[in-house]
Write a protein that binds this ligand. Structure first.
Ligand code: NDP
Length: 322
């Protein structure tokens, strides 16, 4: 099969299309013919060597397609099922395998592209708004990178819960998109002081929760945007890692809560994975949310896909099609 392989860590050009042996499903595993693979920041960190992976490796864990074959002991899926997963190992390829228990069967009319796009970003937006900090009617929240993949979904899900969203973005074009997705106010954090804007918009009170995927450049301001007993949900580091924090600042800034969640802990059981996925599929079907696929690249163009995501150009999901 054709697959992207990283033989040495480095820039986008280390993503090479090569011919490799087809994977075979072992016990409890399923082999999937990939129809769409999701491109995510984690693969950029792995490609650069920031998150070390044994070399050579095929990147990607997100994708959707059809089950071709199952290994011994599999009952969760069967050949020909249309499935999606965030645990589709080596999804930048024509074929990839997953533990069968980590596959979600796609209901009609969710196609492979939407299914792939909903897995990492959708499940993340779901757990952040329903479990990490449960949004409710009238709650003010601040969503950084509100026109990004997770950001657009966060705005839409927050709106369906009746929460009030302030989004931050870097350009006017992204501002328009965040407003369309349900943000009530948008701050151009590339030009404006977002802390002052949050205080102005909320009448000095601050927001109850900040969903911060940007990290280094926003962390301090995020803490300063919270109301007393508010929660900073730091779930990414698109601008770089946050330096060590003195817990005393949480006291002095208003008995704040700080959490650094990750998806795996919120879909640890098959029941939780399926329940969250079902909500997302229902929301797409009843048009509470829509998935914005920003760009689609051929598998051979994985380097261009990484460049687009890294350079802040994208507004929504980036997919690779084998
Ligand atoms: P996005 O589409 O949000 O892209 C990143 C955005 O971050 C950019 O578009 C840009 O928006 C903003 N940004 C700010 N500073 C920088 C910078 N220096 N370089 C690049 N981008 C910058 O990506 P995703 O939706 O795919 O992911 C968002 C984040 O969420 C990532 O950090 C990812 O690792 C994390 N994540 C965490 C998960 C978890 O469970 N913890 C799961 C899934 C994703 P703008 O131009 O408007 O500033």
């Amino acid at each position: 099969m054709k697959a992207i392989q990283v033989q040495q860590v480095g820039g986008p050009d280390v993503l090479r299309l090569v011919e490799v042996a087809d994977p075979r499903p072992g016990p409890g595993e399923a082999l999937v013919k990939v129809e769409a693979a999701g491109v995510n920041f984690i693969e950029i960190y792995q490609r650069k060597g920031l998150y070390p992976s044994p070399l050579p490796f095929t990147p990607g864990t997100e994708g959707a397609g059809r089950v071709l074959e199952v290994g011994p002991g599999v009952s969760a899926v069967k050949p020909a099922d249309r499935v999606a997963s965030v645990n589709l190992m080596g999804s930048y390829a024509e074929l990839a395998w997953a533990p069968a228990e980590r596959l979600v069967v796609l209901p009609e009319p969710i196609d492979a592209r939407t299914g792939a796009a909903l897995m990492l970003q959708g499940l993340t937006a779901h757990y952040l708004t329903t479990s990490t900090y449960r949004l409710s009617q009238g709650t003010w929240c601040l969503v950084h990178a509100a026109a990004g993949g997770v950001g657009l979904l966060l705005c839409q899900i927050a709106r369906t819960h009746g929460a009030r969203v302030i989004g931050t973005v870097s350009t006017e074009e992204k501002a328009a998109l965040a407003l369309q997705a349900g943000a009530e106010e948008v701050v151009l954090y590339s030009k404006q002081d977002f802390v002052a804007e949050v205080r102005r918009i909320t009448g000095g009170r601050g927001v109850s929760v900040v969903y911060d995927s940007v990290g280094k450049t926003t962390f301090e301001g995020s803490l300063n945007s919270l109301s007393a007993r508010g929660m900073l949900v730091l779930f990414g580091q698109s601008s770089g890692p946050v330096p060590p924090v003195d817990p005393q600042v949480l006291n002095s800034k208003g008995s704040l809560f700080l959490t650094r969640p990750t998806l795996a802990h919120y879909v640890a059981t098959r029941e939780e994975l399926l329940a969250r996925a079902k909500d997302l599929f229902d929301w797409v079907r009843n048009r509470s949310i829509s998935v914005r696929i920003d760009r689609i690249f051929q598998l051979a163009d994985a380097a261009a896909a990484h460049r687009a995501l890294e350079s802040r150009e994208t507004m929504g999901k980036v997919l690779l099609i084998p």
